[in-house]
Design a binder for this molecule. Structure first.
Ligand code: FES
Ligand SMILES: [Fe+2]
Length: 324
């Protein structure tokens, strides 16, 4: 008699957050002196741009009496000022460096400062459960800003799913047939670069509405690029930089560009088609559980590769076993 695993609930099997760079804002949405309350990794954070123009991401709650620095906090030079009693914290180290009514500053008056970097039109934070420094650099995206490509279009989608499950989609060619109405499962191959971290899926989309070649490059669970090639100089790129809000909610930030050669001919349709594609995935993501021990069949090789690959982004070997 075989034993069938009990149904997993949405709360008992969801992994923590993988390490890596994650987008928390688009650069043009954060002006000099602007302060925002954001949520990522199930934490409340404050995001702001100092007078010199640098982006800072810090824990939201003031160590004094716990005010949220993202609500009515103010940028003063390179500091953030708490709205409650005016204590100021440095953008670079989170140390309190000014209390307006006291000369002596407690050394423990410090807020956690996240490693952040601005690149490719977005602000990113480095997430690691132990707050270690970044272990790899953000990718260069030469097509972004290249005059042969259109200027970017942006779209955002709040999805009730764990960031790893969304990332897993990029290694799942079978769902192209069942979810996205391809007439067949595209021939696909998954490879991993020598760095062990950058993963590629190549799929021959011969039976898609617009046939072509799909190349998804996943740099880490926080950043993927999907290039669709329909013919010579007929290409579209979609960058996906998800922000994990909590274990069950992810904000997907998509950036879309097409080659100038097809801008008038098909650019709008291609972009609309890509954006519409998410409405196919949405009901699956919104209602699924995260299976930490999936039952795979022999032909699920790309998904097996993904699960092995994703383990490196979790902390300990115990975590890795639990999660993947
Ligand atoms: S709560 Fe922030 S200064 Fe008092
Ligand atoms: Fe999909």
């Amino acid at each position: 008699m075989s034993i069938v695993e009990a149904c997993e609930s949405k709360t008992n099997a969801t992994p923590n957050f993988p390490m890596g760079w994650f987008s928390v804002a688009r650069s043009h949405e954060l002006l000099v002196g602007e302060v925002k309350a954001i949520k990522a990794f199930d934490r409340d954070l404050v995001l702001y741009r100092t007078r010199s123009g640098r982006v800072a991401v810090q824990d939201a709650y003031c160590p004094h009496l716990g005010a949220h620095l993202g609500h009515e906090g103010r940028v003063i030079g390179e500091n953030i000022r708490c709205p409650f009693h005016g204590w100021q914290f440095g953008a670079d180290d989170g140390q309190c460096n000014h209390i307006p009514y006291c000369d002596e500053i407690p050394t423990r008056a410090q807020i956690r400062t996240w490693h952040s970097e601005e690149k490719n039109g977005e602000a990113y934070v480095w997430f690691h459960p132990e707050n270690t420094p970044p272990q790899w650099a953000l990718p260069d995206l030469p097509e972004l800003g290249d005059p042969n490509w259109t200027s970017p279009r942006y779209t955002e989608h709040l999805v009730p799913a764990h960031v790893q499950d969304i990332c897993e989609n990029s290694c799942d060619p079978v769902h192209f047939q069942f979810v996205h109405n391809n007439n067949s499962i595209p021939d696909s191959v998954v490879t991993i670069d020598d760095d062990g971290r950058t993963m590629h899926l190549h799929s021959e989309m011969v039976d898609a509405d617009v046939p072509g070649h799909l190349h998804a490059t996943t740099y880490s669970p926080g950043f993927a690029m999907v290039r669709n090639t329909y013919g010579p100089n007929a290409e579209m790129i979609m960058y996906n930089s998800p922000q994990p809000i909590d274990q069950h909610t992810t904000l997907m930030r998509w950036t879309l560009i097409v080659r100038r050669e097809i801008e008038d001919l098909a650019g709008d349709d291609v972009m609309k088609g890509i954006i519409a594609g998410i409405s196919d995935d949405y009901p699956i993501w919104a209602n699924k559980v995260h299976k930490h021990r999936p039952v795979f069949c022999k032909a699920d090789q790309t998904l097996v590769t993904f699960r092995k690959w994703v383990r490196q982004f979790y902390l300990t070997s115990e975590d890795k076993r639990e999660i993947a």
